[in-house]
Ligand binder design. Structure first.
Ligand code: PEP
Ligand code: MG
Length: 884
């Protein structure tokens, strides 16, 4: 039997099948599948990849059986369409497209309207009653064919078109009249003749031969060869050719064209959604010349086709088990589906659709959980920029804390704090530091020129749920002049500025925002995530207010309370500073004694808010100079407050100055040199737990020692803690349990985790510092060069944002194994910023951590990521759910 080279599709039946991608190419197989499924795609036929391979194996000759098979397919097509190929009275026009097994953008441009000629143009004018449309179709065909088949530069045709517009003194193509188009066509034909030495083919069969052979040739054009090399696609696969009938929505009032979704893509509501135009072509819908009508009215205009469209799209949604975004054309009452694909949707719609489809038994809960991007949940929790708004984007920085904010520019924290209660302000700084917190809290958003994803601004803003764009190096901030400059624009104090912390965009002017709305479906959806995940999710929170937000977002404890943040409040800072400038132990203890009640009160608040959930409290961590005044004027103010001479304060600041504070006197090194600080903090933590225990509220504080690299450091601090804790409990006569553990954030701690685990009752990976120290990248300064690294693709991701799994991750994996080798059930968590990053959360699941901890607003993202991690590993191991 002769080899079958041509596969027909149409009339409800296709010769091929969806599985025949090798032979029919991806597009051809798809068309066959849709046809067999009863979807009325415009009929046509596919010339197989065998023909392409034959063509190259036989010096660019085609198999002799092809012509007859192609002719038979075309005859069938004419019958089904009730039109004639080349018949001026009732012409059948076709499109010709390449289609390899794998989609190869850039291989060959599509040729539309093939079959048109001078005579057919006249016939088409009559049929559509639209002479202009017919001549424009002919013009476009000559241009496409001339370029793709005859290899004439597009610009040669464009010059003709431009010259015509110039002659007539018009700007838009749409302003060209019928006689203009006729002139353009005449000139196009001349271009063609000049280039090829032949006249333009008027015979449709000749056109088809030219287009088909051009597709086979295009398989080996340089763009295609390059693409295959890049994407490791086999050069011998070959391409198929798809010949498909053109259909027209502009054949009268019983014709139409439109686009739609099977559900509302912005709300997720189950409603037929879309728009259409009668007596129009696809372009008219997008071009905005006529206003399209909502799709429900199609039922009044062309009822039968509308009914069919409803039935078919519903069937497609069922078949693909997801929302479909479709394009259709109705030609003289007959419906054709041009395209259907998975519909893009907002986060709110994604959650609603996922939940609804489970209720409709279309998908499983696990599939529903995989249908929503964890990062997209951010859209549900923060205001976003109104998608309809016109934006003047002036710069781009790091998307450091999600959500959008609009407000007046202010350049210092005090102004932000003062004005923030009355009007929206955006705090703009070179970089922020701990004494900017009050301003950050009062501002609607924060913009900094320096600093990376774990810089102060980024970490604090995320904790507060404040939108932040950090490390926007393009802007030149002058805090003194209260301005910033970017590409010749100067933004002054009080100018309106908008930031989008989800994308890093900085926008000039006031922009309308849309507030989030949390739907009932969100709760149901997150409930499924909770039932699926194995990882617990905690939050990084320092004060009761943040802890409350964290609980509302579903946090199951606090994974990191950075106690130093408690010392920056106005009523405590002077005592802290007094403690720092003290020259002897006694003076230091006296200052600490004043801080004690504040600390205790903070912990009581935090424990109460967390209602029995675990709370990990980290002892003081940052270098002390961060607490001291930076200028002489500030030192004078402090001097008056605490009665220490200005010079002495300045001198202390000078002495505490370090060249590399991140690797200096910080972390457990503070507690080791000043044990009285550890003593005070322990007293406050355990004292608070005792007070609550007496009220019948159980809390098990987890006291955490930062920056440990050596077992002896841990031992030293643990001794202080247990001594004071046991004494405090005894004195209070209460029953309180507590744990002492450590952060693993120095590489040495990770590689000696078996030793560390002998003393530690838990591990918490501080991946901000662990990344900094493993990569040797300063977390505050890396923004500058990481941007270049990302542009040059040296790194795929910012390692401060998403965990470097191969490097830092390897240290973590090893540390967990070593630690659990010593203590089988050692509790291990993560509290670096990576704890809220989906890919990193999934990694934490895989290495067997007990929990992740992240800023409160990222808690839902972590909950969903943790659930997806379970589903993905099940799919990998082959049990249960399989990812389609
Ligand atoms: C860390 O280093 O990952 C961490 C959580 O601590 P900090 O960011 O406060 O240094
Ligand atoms: Mg740290």
């Amino acid at each position: 039997m002769a080899t079958k080279y041509v596969y027909f599709f149409g009339g409800g039946k296709a010769d091929g099948k969806g599985t025949m991608k090798d032979l029919l190419g991806g597009k051809g197989a798809g068309l066959a599948e849709m046809t067999n499924a009863g979807v009325p795609v415009p009929p046509g036929f596919t010339i197989t990849t065998d023909v392409c391979r034959y063509y190259y194996a036989n010096k660019q000759k085609l198999p002799k059986e092809l012509e007859a098979q192609q002719k038979a397919a075309m005859d069938k097509l004419q019958k089904i369409m009730k039109k004639g190929f080349g018949d001026p009275k009732n012409p059948l026009l076709v499109s010709v497209r390449s289609g390899a097994k794998f989609s190869m953008p850039g291989m060959m441009d599509t040729i539309l309207n093939l079959g048109i000629s001078e005579k057919v143009t006249a016939g088409l004018s009559e049929l559509t009653g639209n002479e202009r449309f017919a001549w424009d179709a002919y013009r476009r065909f000559i241009q496409m064919y001339g370029n793709v088949v005859a290899g004439i530069e597009k610009s040669d045709f464009e010059h003709v078109l431009e010259a015509q517009k110039h002659k007539r003194n018009i700007k838009q193509d749409t302003e060209l009249t019928v006689s203009d188009l006729k002139e353009v066509v005449a000139n196009y034909l001349k271009v063609y003749e000049k280039h090829t030495g032949e006249s333009f083919p008027q015979d449709p069969w000749k056109q088809l031969e030219g287009a088909r052979n051009a597709v086979f040739k295009s398989w080996n054009n340089p763009r295609a060869i390059y693409y295959r090399k890049q994407n490791k696609i086999d050069d011998n696969l070959g391409t198929a050719v798809n010949v498909q009938s053109m259909v027209f929505g502009n054949m009268g009032d019983d014709s139409a064209t439109g686009v739609g979704f099977t559900r509302n893509p912005s709300t997720g509501n189950k409603e037929f959604y879309g728009e259409y135009l009668t007596n129009a072509q696809g372009e008219d819908v997008v071009a905005g010349i006529r206003t399209p009508r909502p799709i429900v009215h199609l039922g009044e205009d062309i009822p039968q086709a509308y009914k069919e469209l409803r039935a078919i799209t519903a069937q497609l949604e069922k078949k693909y088990r997801d929302v479909q975004d479709f394009e259709f054309t109705i030609e003289k009452g007959r419906l054709f589906m041009l395209q259907t694909r998975t519909g893009k949707r907002t986060a709110a719609a994604a959650v609603k659709i996922a939940v609804d489809m489970v209720k409709e038994k279309l998908i499983t809960k696990e599939e529903a959980l995989m249908r929503v991007e964890p990062e997209a949940l951010d859209q549900l929790l923060h205001p976003v920029i109104d998608p309809k708004a016109q934006l003047k984007v002036i710069a781009k920085g790091l998307a450091a804390s999600p959500g959008a904010a609009t407000g007046r520019a202010v350049f210092d924290a005090d102004s932000a704090a003062e004005r923030g209660g009355k009007e929206p302000v955006i705090l703009i700084r070179q970089e922020t530091n701990p004494d900017d917190i009050h301003g950050m809290d009062a501002a609607k958003g924060i913009l900094t020129a320096r600093g990376g994803m774990t810089s102060h601004a980024a970490v604090v803003a995320r904790g507060m749920g404040r939108p932040c764009v950090a490390g926007c190096e393009e802007i030149k901030v002058s805090e003194a002049d209260k301005t910033f400059r970017i590409n010749g624009t100067t933004v002054k104090e009080n100018d309106w500025v908008t930031i989008d912390g989800s994308t890093g965009r900085v926008i000039l002017g006031q922009v309308p925002l849309i507030d989030p709305e949390i739907s009932g479906e969100f709760g149901v959806f997150m409930g499924w995530a909770d039932a699926t995940r194995k990882l617990k999710v905690r939050a990084n929170a320092d004060i009761p207010r943040d802890a409350k937000v964290a609980r509302e977002f579903g946090a199951e404890g606090i994974g990191l309370c950075r106690t130093e943040h408690m010392f920056f409040a106005e009523d405590r800072l002077p005592f802290m500073q007094q403690m720092i400038v003290a020259t002897d132990v006694e003076a230091r203890k006296a200052a600490l004694a004043k801080l004690l009640p504040f600390q205790k009160e903070d912990f009581v608040g935090l424990f109460r808010e967390m209602k029995g959930y675990p709370v990990t409290i980290r002892l003081i961590d940052p270098p002390l100079h961060e607490f001291l005044p930076k200028t002489k004027e500030d030192a004078e103010v402090l001097s008056k407050k605490i009665g220490v001479p200005t010079e002495k304060i300045m001198q202390a600041a000078e002495e505490l100055h370090e060249f590399n504070p991140m690797l200096g006197h910080r972390g457990c090194r503070l507690g080791i040199t000043y044990p009285e600080i550890t003593e005070m903090q322990t007293k406050a933590i355990i004292g608070a737990a005792c007070d609550l225990a007496k009220e019948g509220i159980k809390v098990v504080p987890e006291i955490m020692i930062p920056l440990v690299g050596n077992i002896s450091e841990l031992k030293d601090q643990k001794d202080v803690i247990t001594r004071i804790a046991d004494a405090t409990i005894k004195e209070a006569g209460a029953k309180v349990q507590y744990m002492v553990g450590t952060m693993i954030e120095v590489p040495r701690a990770a590689v000696t985790a078996d030793q560390i685990a002998q003393e530690a009752e838990f591990f918490s990976f501080g991946t901000n510092d662990l990344t900094q120290m493993t990569l040797g990248f300063s977390r505050d300064d890396a923004g500058k060069f990481i941007k270049v690294y990302l542009d040059k693709k040296i790194f795929k991701e910012d390692p401060f944002q998403t965990l470097d799994q191969i490097g830092v991750g390897q240290l973590m994996d090893g540390a967990v194994k070593k630690g659990r080798g010593v203590k089988k059930d050692l509790k291990c968590g993560i509290c670096g910023e990576h704890g809220g990053d989906p890919a990193s959360v999934k990694f934490c699941h895989r290495i067997g951590l007990n929990y992740v901890s992240c800023s409160p607003f990222r808690v839902p993202i972590a909950r969903l990521s943790a659930a997806q991690a379970v589903i993905e590993s099940k799919a990998k191991s082959g049990s249960g759910y399989s990812m389609k």
